[in-house]
Design a protein around this ligand. Structure first.
Ligand code: CA
Length: 697
């Protein structure tokens, strides 16, 4: 036993030879040991580099570098990687989760927020907990029934649920300790982000700006679930007074009265970082509700704090500074991408910076002590501004981007973003940042007569606007960048045919790991981008990988599964199979095998088209509005939800009942009887049958 401990200590020491610390313990290599489960506190996370065998918080460190100091897997031996184990997640709706690993146990989430504790060495399930998320809540959430994972603290595992609860579960037993509703269930708010925990406070926001809600982030007592503070990101009804000085300031940047009636937006749906020395919590805020400023704030204004990075005191939630990337955002440029905190030498000066590869196509560097702008460099095709003020960081928004109601404008990037929630990794040895990026444009327009509809999509885009010819030239491409933040350019780039590739992990073994939309998991050399190894994942990989030690051996784990926002739009964008949602775990010399791919199901014959053209046209408009967000644009499913062109006879028979009355609620199909009637459902049915015949091959 002593020999075992000694060997594991040596391995850990070898693994972090770049680290000066000598506080390593053997605890990270002892699966299911006598150590208390998930016994993580702030001191351990602050000193995360001293125990590189664990991955104790979403970005591994409070600065969210998403980098592993482990170096057993190297450029030389990466070709010996193989599957160590896999864990099947019994749903097919995609995985965006970053698992947590503490002392030999992996904590992860699946769809509908089912939590799992797994032996990190073998993948054996220790317990699972199903919080019974409302299966129809996907209707009130923009981007599927996904989530980005749990957090751990002092023996408990935490997660935010799609239907707005924050829950705490005993890390040893998987039993519920407490749960708190963090949202108003009468609003289309949903949690998809992973909580972060600072000084016994669990931080969580919620999404929903596409529906029309008021954004906020809150802190809850980790022990009891009691709310400690809440910071709203847009002001409420001015006649009721403002919650704080920051809201009073923000209110001066809004006009009219629609924003507070409809919510305004600015949701805090993903990224957070924390600087323990400054005690500042940073978070990104989302787009406005509706997308067009003319509707939500008709006489102009910057609309604070939409599409901003905001810093607050972590103890009190009190405003400290903000930087608005996109004043009056009209393009869904949520500034919610991960923010990496690092210390960089810029123009000869050591700066404490915050870095973000933003959805708007720019790589931002800010001084995180005060929010001062340092630089913004485009990393994909952009046309929404004519330039960014080098002193203030304020963009000069281009005329092209200011879309109207009669004619659409093609703007790059579009609402799918140049980079989204996919984690990026900062390698402190080289100073390079690795992230997934993509080129895509979108034809924006707005409906001047849009009436806000509670609990429904409120993008207020106009389907009747004229589409300009350049819309036909919109293309999609994906990239992996090794980005030099100081030079403001990539050191190397990998081109992908598909967009929406996975998050990235860099390690001290001089490797970078990333999964792809076309269903591969790949390891590159971090200094030059040379491909060292790849393996089929049997489905697309969107999530970011992690690395950890179990019994002194280095593992790389990633959640595989296609689903969520872009995949749901479908359109045949990706050729990979879905339905194989798994945690995939690799190690040197791993010999496990994935089961063979299941055969593609037979496509049943579809009934004949016998509806009149006007009924089919009506059904098409209704489909676009109410169905396409999940079942795919043009009735081409992304694969994680049934492709309606292939319905079986009995589904055709009960189509109207399923749509109006929610008879398949347990499978995630919501009831739409509150907004559609029988004739509407029949028209949608007729449209789907006609598309099934058009696309038959
Ligand atoms: Ca958004």
């Amino acid at each position: 036993m002593r020999r075992f401990v000694l060997i594991s200590v040596l391995l850990v020491l070898a693994a972090c030879s770049n680290d000066q610390s000598s506080q390593q313990t053997s605890s990270e290599s002892a699966p299911t040991s006598a150590a208390p489960a998930a016994n993580v506190d702030g001191a351990r996370i602050v000193a995360a580099n001293a125990e590189p065998g664990n991955w104790m918080t979403y970005g591994r460190t409070y600065g969210e570098d998403h980098y592993s100091p482990l170096d057993q897997i190297t450029t030389e031996n990466a070709k010996q990687l193989g599957l160590a184990w896999h864990f099947d997640i019994p749903d097919a709706r995609g995985l965006e989760v970053t698992p947590i690993v503490v002392d030999g146990v992996m904590y992860t989430t699946g769809n509908y927020n089912v939590l799992y504790a797994l032996d990190a060495k073998t993948g054996e399930e220790l317990w699972s907990y199903d919080p019974q998320v409302r299966r129809d809540w996907g209707r009130y959430s923009c981007c599927g029934t996904i989530n980005r994972g749990p957090a751990v603290w002092k023996g408990k595992v935490y997660e935010g649920t799609l239907d707005g609860r924050l829950i705490a579960v005993d890390a040893k037993t998987g039993k519920l300790v407490w749960e708190t509703q963090t949202t108003d269930p009468k609003k289309a708010l949903s949690i998809t982000g992973a909580p972060r925990i600072i000084k016994d406070k669990v931080l969580i926001g919620a999404g929903g700006a596409e529906f029309g809600v008021r954004g906020y982030i809150s802190a809850y007592d980790a022990e009891t679930g009691k709310q400690i503070w809440r910071f709203y990101t847009v002001p409420g009804d001015p006649s009721k007074g403002f919650e704080n000085k920051a809201m009073e300031m923000a209110a001066k940047t809004w006009t009219g009265d629609r924003w507070w009636k409809t919510g305004g937006g600015g949701t805090v749906w993903d990224s957070m970082s924390y600087d323990p020395d400054l005690n500042l919590l940073y978070f990104g805020t989302g787009n406005g509700s509706e997308w067009a400023r003319e509707l939500r704030s008709p006489k102009g204004g910057d609309n604070l704090f939409l599409t901003s990075i905001v810093a607050v005191d972590a103890d009190t939630g009190k405003y400290v500074w903000h930087f608005q990337e996109v004043p009056a955002d009209q393009w869904d440029y949520d500034a919610c991408q991960q923010m990496v905190l690092a210390d960089l030498v810029i123009d000869g000066k050591q700066r404490k910076v915050l870095m973000q590869a933003a959805k708007d196509g720019y790589f931002y560097i800010l001084d995180r002590t005060n929010g001062q702008f340092i630089s913004a460099t485009p990393f994909v095709k952009t046309n929404w501004n004519n330039g960014i003020d080098p002193k203030t960081g304020r963009p000069d928004v281009s005329k092209t981007a200011l879309y109207g109601s009669k004619e659409a404008s093609v703007v790059w990037p579009g609402p799918l973003g140049a980079h989204d929630w996919q984690s990026m990794s900062f390698d402190p040895r080289s100073g390079l940042v690795y992230f997934s990026a993509q080129d895509q444009g979108f034809a924006y327009s707005f409906d001047p007569n849009w009436k806000h509809k509670e609990m429904q999509w409120n993008l207020a885009q106009s389907p009747d606007a004229k589409t300009p010819p350049e819309a036909a030239q919109i293309t999609y491409r994906g990239y992996l960048y090794a980005w030099d933040p100081i030079a403001g350019k990539p050191v190397w780039t990998v081109d992908y045919d598909d967009m929406w590739n996975g998050g990235v992990l860099a390690t001290a073994g001089n490797i970078v790991a990333q999964g792809t939309a076309d269903g591969r998991f790949i390891v590159y050399r971090s200094d030059n981008g040379q491909k060292l190894w790849e393996t089929p994942a049997q489905t697309a990989v969107m999530a970011g990988p992690i690395s950890y030690l179990a019994d002194g051996e280095q593992y790389i784990a990633v959640a595989a599964g296609w689903g969520g926002s872009v995949p749901l739009l479908g359109g045949g964008m990706t050729p990979v199979h879905s339905g194989n949602n798994r945690i995939l775990v690799y190690k040197l010399g791993g010999t496990a095998k994935l089961p063979p791919m299941p055969p593609a199901p037979a496509i049943p014959n579809q009934p004949p088209v016998n509806a009149p053209p006007e009924m089919i046209a009506k059904g098409g408009a209704l489909y676009d509005r109410y169905c396409s967000n999940c079942h795919g644009i043009g009735v081409i499913s992304g694969g994680m939800i049934p492709d309606l062109r292939h319905m079986r006879h009995e589904v055709h028979q009960s189509f109207v009942n399923i749509v109006l009355n929610g008879t398949r609620m347990r499978k995630g199909m919501a009831a739409f009887g509150d907004i559609l009637d029988e004739k509407d459902a029949e028209a949608i049915h007729a449209y789907i049958i006609s598309v099934a015949h058009e696309t038959e091959n």
